[in-house]
Write a protein that binds this ligand. Structure first.
Ligand code: NAP
Length: 329
């Protein structure tokens, strides 16, 4: 028997989450059984611990969109007992049972080997949010961004994606301007390497003019909505924006003028179906380019029983940095 966070749905459609005991026979079919060590809390986890947001297919459900641990049994030649592995994406924790459990069983294709230089604990301190931040940095670099080009804007900066993006960019030598709605996050963001703090209210509303002064050489945007629409008009000529999230809304009340007159690029970032080779590349870059002392500074520890509250908090935008869930604590 082992512990897992199980979400049930009652006859009235109301969900409730609690730690319960399961057996290996309860796990879904899959090629690799993993003894999970750590998981994390992402925005999607907040949805799946709570009302589901249309992501969860069946109940009872075990959420947790990412995990790291040790292979316990494998029917796939790529993995053997004792191997350390990481999982993000592939709709695990949504359509499939996830990592808020001491054991998980998944398809071998969903896993990547734990990158050299990272522990399972560090991999989940990074988690899906940090992995996505690295994909976003790589996309900007692939479109030509260099530190000498000027400041890079990071929106939703105190959140998981924003915190890791800030630390990676600063470590790579970029000047980072961090957008936050929490003035008390300024010292935290500066400790991660931000040199400029932009108040959320200064950039959260669309303006009539489609183009403003050229301010940013690149942007990692976790917010979407009116903020993304506004900052498109503030990008330098030829600059790129990695669109990662929708913490501020899924709409995009923008004009095409920044694309047509300034050659601005809007790059979509998806971590869920990311091809294997690019996953490996991103994890290797995380191991080499994310300073581990900065990562430690953004992590708060949690256990399975803390998750119902943390899930609600992240939906309200009240989680700072990254949450590291020790499923065996
Ligand atoms: N594309 C992908 O594959 C992928 C992967 C992971 C995450 N995501 C998405 O990326 C976004 C961020 O994820 P996360 O894990 O970093 O979540 P998070 O920890 O909750 O961070 C989101 C941050 O956005 C800011 N924010 C919240 N509500 C806002 C609002 N109404 N207007 C403006 N800013 C607001 C807050 O930062 P401040 O307090 O500093 O303002 C908050 O900390 C989510 O939408 C998530 O679904 C996408």
């Amino acid at each position: 028997m082992f512990n897992a966070l199980v979400v049930n749905k009652d006859d009235e459609g109301k969900t409730s989450a609690a730690v319960a005991q399961l057996s290996l026979d309860d796990l879904p079919a899959g090629e690799v059984t993993v003894a999970v060590e750590y998981s994390t809390v992402n925005y999607k986890d907040g949805l799946c611990i709570g009302p589901g947001g249309g992501l969860v297919r069946n109940y009872p459900h075990v959420p947790g969109i990412d995990f790291a641990g040790t292979v316990e049994a494998s029917d796939d030649a790529r993995y053997k007992k004792g191997d350390k592995v990481v999982l993000t994406g592939w709709r695990v924790g949504e359509a499939y049972w996830g990592g808020y459990s001491q054991k998980a069983r998944v398809k071998a294709d969903f896993l990547v080997p734990l990158p050299k230089g990272l522990t399972t604990q560090q991999a989940m301190a990074v988690g899906t949010a940090g992995f996505t931040s690295m994909l976003a940095v790589m996309a900007l670099e692939d479109h030509g961004l260099k530190p000498a080009d000027g400041p890079v804007l990071v929106t939703g900066a105190s959140g998981g994606v924003g915190s890791v993006a800030t630390a990676i960019l600063a470590n790579l030598g970029y000047e980072v301007a961090a957008v936050t709605g929490r003035p008390d996050s300024a010292d935290y963001l500066k400790s991660l390497g931000a040199t400029q703090i932009v108040a959320r209210e200064d950039i959260n509303e669309t303006v009539k003019r489609p183009l403003e002064a050229e301010a940013w050489a690149g942007c990692i945007d976790a917010v979407g909505g009116p903020m993304l629409a506004r900052l498109l008009g503030q990008m330098k000529y030829g600059a790129s924006v990695s669109a990662v999230g929708l913490a501020g809304g899924a709409g995009l009340p923008a004009t095409v003028i920044p694309f047509l007159l300034r050659g601005v690029n809007l790059l979509g970032i998806d971590s869920v179906m990311q091809p294997y080779d690019n996953r490996l590349r991103a994890w290797e870059r995380i191991a080499s380019d994310l300073p581990m002392d900065k990562l430690e500074a953004m992590v708060q520890p949690a256990t399975l029983s803390d998750l119902p509250k943390l899930g609600a908090d992240i939906l309200k935008g009240q989680v700072k940095g990254r949450v590291l869930v020790d499923v065996n604590a």
